[in-house]
Design a protein around this ligand. Structure first.
Ligand code: NAD
Ligand code: UGA
Length: 474
């Protein structure tokens, strides 16, 4: 279908996928566009029930500021529903916010994106949509996915027409609401100018016009993958330097500050840590790597592979260091894990560096006592109980509601997430709970050093040479 006549009036938006992106993004659109009815649909009944829960603490996604917006908009012009077909039929614009994880089987397994959910949506839209509909790719997808969507959508030759726009999302978890309300840019890629204008007019209700970047579809799709690759690359770069700091006596925070003070580099995304986690950096890097291989660009794919390799190495070296400092054996030793989310201010654990480190420590015989202010025990169970760990006789990790329970009788504590409450721990008060000699391994550089100086706790801080106990130099 060559000519697309966009809908005259935009009164209904349907978003397929009520996850970390779909829920918050649609809440912000509904809040800023009271004249539009926004319905978020999902096949996951439990998720929709949670979004509809009276108790706002039960929302499936934890994001600062989200509860307020949901309270204002839900039931007015924001709805959550499992009626996927019906809502598709009513919509003028359909956002695709479904998952696009890495393929686990078949060709491209371990690298290529699994587009099965995108394909299912396209088929459902081609069957149930009515009239002319604007389809917006918000999920992160490999370059050329819009082509696949168009092919599927245009198989129906009855009275319907579609145009596909790429409008990738750049929100980060933990700051999603602020990122959505004050985005650095909104990217819209497409061919049909009138439809681009319609989408752009929705955003300009709260975003300044100059922030809206209009490109061709392929630039938009590739920009999203590349943006995540660049951010991940900065983290691997600073993490690689953290290891040199530990060997030489340089201090990673001082080095990071010095590098970032150059305006051309900037300070953001130069915090050294236990490696990047989250559902997207690794998946999107892998997708980019696969694309390079597909287009026969082996040098480029190797370059980006290095970013993942350093990330995996960073996690492993933390596990190895703990083993080494605890005299080469963790058998029967209790270790407190402070933080399981992949970063602070989210309940998301996908690809969290904690998962990898916890599995290593369990493998070495440790007994883990895990605390996290927002992650639920059931979620930790899902992450740690894979095939390899199911075979274990008894579960070797326990969830602790408070920090003291985790620290009680532990040989070591490990800070894996930079939750604010961990920055405030008074270690002189906690020392008595821990066994002697005790260790604090700080993979996020958040523990209060002055406070630790008052204790006999041995302290390892990522990216610092000093592994200190009382009397040695911090
Ligand atoms: P998610 O897994 O939290 O949510 C996806 C939802 O889609 C799930 O609830 C699933 O049940 C639903 N779904 C799948 N197929 C469906 C279908 N056919 N019909 C109805 N519902 C269906 O994923 P997410 O974190 O929200 O990410 C979604 C996309 O956005 C991904 O492509 C991701 O790369 C991208 N993205 C994510 C973030 C982030 O911070 N999480 C940020 C930017 C972009
Ligand atoms: C990231 C990007 O920041 C978003 O722009 C993008 O939209 C999103 O991925 C996506 O496509 O899913 P997110 O993964 O939610 O967002 O969170 P980030 O703040 O980017 O953190 C990712 C990981 O990097 C975390 O584990 C974090 O602790 C780590 N990180 C981040 C560091 O180790 N150092 C830093 O300086 C920054």
């Amino acid at each position: 279908m060559d000519i697309f006549i966009p809908p005259k009036n935009i009164s209904r938006i349907c978003c397929i996928g009520a996850g970390y992106v779909g829920g918050p993004t649609m809440a912000v659109i509904a809040d800023n566009c009271p004249e539009i009815t926004v319905t978020v649909v999902d096949i996951n009944k439990d998720r929709i029930e949670s979004w509809n829960s009276e108790n706002l603490k039960q929302l499936p996604v934890y994001e600062p500021g989200l509860e307020n917006i949901i309270e204002k908009t839900r039931g007015k012009n924001l709805f959550f529903s499992t009626n996927v077909h019906e809502e598709i039929g009513l919509a003028d614009i359909i956002f695709l916010c479904v998952n696009t994880p890495t393929k686990i089987n078949g060709f491209g397994a371990g690298k290529a994106s699994d587009l099965r959910w995108i394909e299912i949506c396209a088929k459902e839209i081609s069957t149930h949509a009515k009239g002319s509909t604007i389809i917006v790719e918000k999920s992160t997808v490999p370059v050329k996915t819009a082509e696949i969507l168009k092919d599927i959508l245009n198989t129906r030759l009855d009275e319907k027409s579609f145009t596909v726009l790429s409008n990738p999302e750049f929100l980060a978890e933990g700051s999603a609401i602020n990122d959505l309300q004050n985005p650095d840019r909104v990217l819209i890629g497409g061919e049909d100018e009138a439809s681009i204008e319609i989408l752009s007019n929705i955003y300009t209700k709260w975003v300044d016009k100059p922030k809206i970047i209009k490109t061709n579809v392929w630039s938009s799709e590739l920009s999203k993958l590349s943006a995540n690759a660049f951010l991940a690359q900065r983290i691997s770069s600073i993490n690689s330097i953290s290891a040199i700091c530990e060997k030489t006596g340089a201090n990673i925070q001082e080095v990071s500050k010095s590098i970032g003070s150059d305006n051309r580099v900037g300070h953001k995304f130069l915090k050294s840590g236990p490696g990047f986690g989250g559902s997207c950096f690794q998946k999107d890097l892998l997708s980019l790597i696969y694309l390079c291989e597909f287009y026969n660009l082996p040098e480029v794919s190797k370059y980006w592979e290095g970013v993942i390799q350093i990330n995996n190495w960073q996690k492993k070296r933390i596990s190895r260091l703990i083993l080494e400092k605890l005299f080469g054996t963790l058998n029967g030793k209790k270790i407190a894990i402070l933080g399981f989310a992949f970063k602070a201010n989210t309940n998301d654990t996908r690809e969290s560096p904690s998962i990898c480190v916890c599995k290593d420590l369990i493998e070495e015989g440790a007994e883990l006592y895990i605390h996290d202010p927002k992650v639920k025990a059931t979620q930790i169970d899902k992450e740690l109980t894979d095939e390899q760990y199911k075979k274990n006789e008894s579960k070797r990790w326990h969830f602790c509601e408070n920090i003291d329970l985790a620290l009680q009788d532990c040989s070591a504590a490990l800070i894996m997430t930079e939750w604010e409450e961990y920055t405030k721990i008074d270690w002189s008060e906690k020392e008595g709970l821990m066994l002697k000699p005790s260790w604090l391994f700080d993979a996020r550089l958040v523990a209060n050093i002055n406070n630790l100086k008052k204790t006999n706790i041995n302290y390892w801080r990522l990216g610092n040479k000093i592994i200190a106990n009382k009397g040695t130099n911090y």
